[in-house]
Design a protein around this ligand. Sequence first.
Ligand SMILES: [Zn+2]
Length: 386
Amino acid sequence: MAIAIRAGVLYDGTLDAPKRNVDVIVEGERIAAIRAAADGGSPDYAAACVTPGLVNAHVHLEMNGEPDVAVALAMTTQNQRLLRAVELAAKTLRAGVTTVRSVGASYAIDADVRDAIDAGRIHGPRMRAAGAVLCMTGGHGWFIGRSVDSPWDARKAVREQMKAGADCIKVIATGGVLTKGAVPGNAQLTLEELEAAIDEAHRHGLRVAAHAIGTQGIKNALRAGIDSIEHGHMLDDEAIALFKEKGAYLVPTLSAPTCILAHLEEGAQPQYVVDKAKTVNEAMLRNIKRAYEAGVRIAGGSDAGTPYNYHANYAYEVELMHTLLGMSPQQALHAATTVAAELVGLQRSVLAPGEAADLLLLPRDAGEDVRALRDVEHVFKAGACV
Ligand SMILES: [Zn+2]
């Protein structure tokens, strides 16, 4: 049974000119054809605007915006975290995010959630799952991570995540905002530990993401052969050159510091989080646009789950790529669909014949007003209306 979806304007995920007044024909899980809207025929669905489903390359499914993440997690059992992840996977999909990369979950619950989604037992996006983050003892994320303290231990930690079902790996190259005592500007896992983890993951065909805010840690991860730098806020010119030489992606998670700083009045966040977020935000506003303009590949990812940064609000990250980085709405959509999909590596997120039918029906033209992504009317994942 084919489904016809009429689009006033269709953005296919690339930077090609949008198509106007077309019918997208979906057969099974894939797009069979995109053709001029048929005269007289009545489509099964119609929308002012059709785009690919969004791809969020940086999420944490066991958290949903609690103001004090460390305390919230300390008060939560493994079972509660798993139930939370199941609930948030469904909310993510309903908000129009059809693919995510989970870059860190305790007990590797993200791998189990992914498998339950793929088996059709629960609702959620297509997923990659990193399992536990690999951090140094006492380093950023230790309360959900696997502590690693030598290159050989790094290899073993990668193997443990794979055993638990991980299909990508996350390493912690610098301090971070949400861990007390972890200084974002300081390098954490060493170059040798990063090289060992990345080599081990790559030998088995897994890509590696590095949490890296400080300058030296960003460069360590890039030199060690990382696939993507998460945050990257204190990058410098040498780091920009390394990004381009190595072909690594930058996932700037603009929402993370922005959401923390937008909620200071509530007074519910620890002071160390607020202080560090201010420093990181200044660096982000100075550096990320420069990297984009220099030609670093930017993939959309929001760090959903961090304070006030909700899984169902990924549209906000797309808006921030437009307003803070100077991307056009279509370029921001491209970063949050096709480019992020390249990095995640599950499907191409391009609306064309033969491609997966993951798409969004929107009430107005997202190329004119990117906020249209907040008002998704229908979500299709693998040809099925969610
Ligand atoms: Zn994160």
